[in-house]
Design a protein around this ligand. Structure first.
Ligand code: GDP
Length: 482
């Protein structure tokens, strides 16, 4: 493992987008306080926001961007009226002395202040350098550092809350608990191997339980990690039904926008439209698919095939019926087809419940698909009736209920999978030993090695064991200023 160098230079970056009313420049490093004192006229107090003027000496020749010379006697210019806050180390985001300047957001102000800082020996921060320093200074572990970026990129409330849980250390604690158990076990194994003649039965007989418990806890985290894909890319929802049952209207109603074509001429939604919406805090990709019915039209046929293909890969399928028209034979064939395809999470939805006769449709559906457990939603896209309830059913079906620990980072899932594979290998090696008493030293050594490898994989998640290359890979996806 390469040694990681901590850096001692003073860095700064613009942390807000260019062009806003206010621009925030943040700076970090052991030498930022004297710089702040030099350029800021206001009071400087730990964690207090104070008003003052930002000034700098401008060389007579206007030598912008040049190194500032000793005893520079240029005229003192006010660059901006600003608010400044100072954070004394280690009580700051990076763990170093830091300050933040709230400036007016014009390009000229920001560049003049940036020049003032550069001329005092500060340099522009690299992407993610503030968070990297926070990690190197022990202010957060790698799970939390990763979560910072996930939080910035979160598109929906559920994505943000998963990232926040990690930022607050929830996931680190869960992984830490698994690590702790395995570390204890590894040291007991090592002791048993040092004294093979006294190889303790207790250690060996506890082995399967320790390994299996770690494997199942890691598997839980990996399974939850599959929700990560849903949180990032959105759960796929397919709306299927014969023409004119109201698929486009439902898509529009869910999106609260008229973005799909709505018409009463059968068969106009020929292809698959996909929209991403925020459904109760969850990102959901909705495929509005071609109406499914028997057709000779070649283009429509392709659309129908695609619709069924969408349904097969969707996390949830809404089978839509027109309650006012009753359940037709075509509807029945569609139900059989979808059940035959083993689609996941099928919800029967009877639309147009503002019109009479919907009750009859529900009764008929219960008879033709008793396997659906009678779970039927009734809605009206026209009046909005039943839509809120339907949204909750979709969220429930997709399985992202609140309060579930979710691993939202691909890197973490890779490390967890590798750790799990190592532990499974250890468990298999152990089971080959027959029973604890027959366990031989070479086997014990192999088990110990696999457990060591698993610990290494877990250590890469938290950053307990991490190379500089890995750190660079993690932080380069950050934005400058974070
Ligand atoms: P699609 O072919 O399945 O996409 O169906 P559309 O969304 O294009 O709707 C077909 C027709 O049904 C349109 O005239 C809609 O206005 C009408 N429609 C859709 N939802 C409802 C509803 O809840 N109640 C009533 N009365 N009409 C609806």
């Amino acid at each position: 493992m390469k040694k990681i160098n901590t850096c001692n230079d003073n860095i700064f970056a613009l942390s807000t987008p260019v062009g806003g009313a206010i621009a925030v420049i943040r700076a970090s490093g052991s030498g930022v306080l004297p710089v702040l004192r030099e350029i800021f006229s206001g009071r400087i107090e730990h964690r207090q926001l104070n008003y003052g003027k930002i000034t700098d000496r401008i060389e007579p020749d206007g030598g912008q961007g040049e190194e500032r010379k000793e005893n520079d006697t240029g005229a003192l210019a006010v660059l901006d009226e600003a608010m400044a806050v100072y954070f004394r180390a280690p009580h700051s985001y990076t763990g170093e002395d830091m300050f933040e300047l709230n400036l007016h957001g014009s390009y000229s102000v920001v560049s003049a202040v940036s020049r003032a800082l550069t001329r005092r020996g500060m340099r522009l921060a690299e992407a993610g350098e503030f968070t990297k320093r926070a990690f190197l200074n022990g202010k957060m572990d790698l799970v939390q550092a990763d979560a910072v970026m996930d939080l910035i990129n979160a598109e929906t409330r559920r994505g943000a809350s998963a990232a926040l849980e990690q930022l607050e250390g929830g996931l680190s604690m869960r992984i830490g608990a698994i690590e702790e158990k395995l570390l204890d076990f590894a040291s007991e194994l090592a002791a048993a191997m040092d004294y093979p003649e006294e190889m303790e039965d207790e250690v060996l007989s506890a082995t399967p339980e320790v390994l299996n418990s770690a494997i199942s806890r890691i598997r839980d985290l990996i399974d939850n990690g599959n929700c990560n894909k849903i949180i990032r890319e959105g759960a796929k929802l397919a709306i299927l039904g014969r023409p004119n049952v109201g698929k486009s209207s439902l898509l529009n109603a869910l999106m609260n926008a008229e973005r799909a074509i709505v018409t009463n001429i059968a068969g106009t939604t020929r292809d698959v439209l996909e929209e991403k919406i925020d459904l109760l805090g969850l990102p959901v990709r909705i495929a509005d698919t071609a109406g499914i019915h028997e057709t000779g039209d070649a283009v429509e046929k392709i659309g129908i095939e695609r619709a069924l293909h969408e349904a097969a890969s969707a996390e949830c399928v809404l089978l839509l019926f027109d309650g006012s028209a009753g359940i037709t034979q075509e509807d029945e064939r569609l139900v059989q087809k979808v059940f035959g395809m083993n689609c996941r999470n099928i919800i029967f939805v009877i639309n147009k419940c503002d019109l009479p006769d919907c009750g009859t449709a529900a009764e008929k559906l219960k008879n033709i698909a008793p396997e659906n457990g009678g779970s039927i939603s009734r809605i009206s896209c026209r009046t909005g009736f039943g839509l809120e309830e339907l949204k909750h059913r979709i969220a429930e079906a997709v399985g992202l209920s609140e309060g579930r620990a979710i691993v939202t980072n691909e890197r973490h899932i890779e490390c967890l999978s590798a750790a799990c594979a190592e532990l499974c290998e250890a468990a298999e090696l152990f089971s080959k030993g027959g029973n604890a008493a027959e366990m031989l030293l070479p086997q014990t050594e192999l088990v110990a090695e696999s457990v060591g490898n698993a610990l290494h994989c877990l250590g890469e998640i938290s950053g307990r064991e991490v190379s500089e290359e890995l750190l660079d890979r993690i932080f380069e996806r950050f934005c400058v200023g974070k």
